[in-house]
Each structure stands twice: as C-alpha cells, then as structure tokens.
Write a protein that binds this ligand. Structure first.
Ligand SMILES: [Zn+2]
Ligand SMILES: [Zn+2]
Length: 164
C-alpha cells in the first residue's frame, strides 16, 4: 500500500498525516509536526534527542540481528563441511576453533592445533622458516585429501568398479 500523506516528524518521530498535522515552511512542508512546533524550545530539543536515540537503538538492534543471522548461516554450512583453517587448509568442526567476536563467523581463522604449533615453533631459533615449511606441508596434505575425496565421489557415482 502507498503511504501517501504520511510524514515522520523529526521531533517526536510520529508518522502523521501531512495535510492535517504539518504546517508550511517557506512553501515546503515543515519537518516537525504542528504539535511539536508549539512546544517550548527545551521540550522540543529533548523530544528530538529521544527520537534520534530511539532510531539509533533500532538501527543497532537491526544490525546485530543481521549479524546473528549471517553467523547462523555460516555455522550451518560448517556443520556439513567443517570450517577451512586459514593456516593448514584442513576442514575441521567448529569446536576446533577458538571464539573471536570480531570475526564475521565468530571464530578465529586458524584452528587450535595450528595456533599452538605456530607459537611453539616461533619460540625456537629459526622458528619462522620451520613454521613456513610446516605450514606448506600441512597445506599440501590438505590438497591431497581434497583430491582423494573428489575421486571417491567419482567412484561412488558408478563410473568405476573398484571391487577386488
Ligand atoms: Zn512531532
Ligand atoms: Zn589448522
């Protein structure tokens, strides 16, 4: 339905009929309703602050609801395939990750094993080089697993007979 004729008062925040409740201001519709125009300056200022505060709180609430919904969608996908560790590239269940509220999915990008390994290796002399080699090896192993999983799918689709 069209909402012709209604306007939000910038002071009290109410949606009111333009014709009946808003005056003219230099030939344009006033931005505050007749009721608010009649208020003392002090009352109008505090009413405006309350309206803005209310809208701001609604905006914040809306944002956090959307964040929760996005998070829930990501978590549902992780329940099926696991979450890919940014470090070792293995897919692991969400309980293998520490929580991190600033992240979109609420989890740290690296799995706990990688975090611990990184700390241990970096504490040793020449640890950075060792860590990079280890990480490369873990990623290569993850890639091998992916290839194996894909050929399993091909076998199961009935193109191969693998019985012995
Ligand atoms: Zn008003
Ligand atoms: Zn990892």
């Amino acid at each position: 339905m069209l909402k012709i004729g209604l306007k939000d008062c910038l002071c009290c925040g109410e949606s009111l009929p333009v014709a009946a409740q808003f005056g003219n201001f230099n030939g344009r519709c006033a931005s505050i309703c007749l009721h608010c125009e009649a208020l003392s300056v002090h009352d109008a200022v505090s009413l405006t602050a309350e309206t803005i505060g209310k809208r701001y709180r609604m905006l914040i609430e809306d944002k956090s609801t959307r964040l929760e919904a996005r998070r829930a969608a990501k978590r549902a996908a992780y329940d099926v395939h696991g979450k890919r560790c940014a470090c070792c590239h293995h897919y692991k269940p969400t309980d293998h990750y520490n929580a991190c509220q600033s992240r979109a999915d609420g989890l740290q990008p690296n799995c706990r094993v990688c975090d611990a390994l990184r700390v241990t290796l970096l504490a040793k002399p020449g640890g950075l080089a060792t860590w990079r080699l280890t990480r490369a090896a873990l990623r290569a192993a993850a890639a091998q697993l992916q290839i194996a999983a894909q050929s399993d799918v091909a076998r199961q689709s009935g193109h191969y007979q693998t019985e012995t």
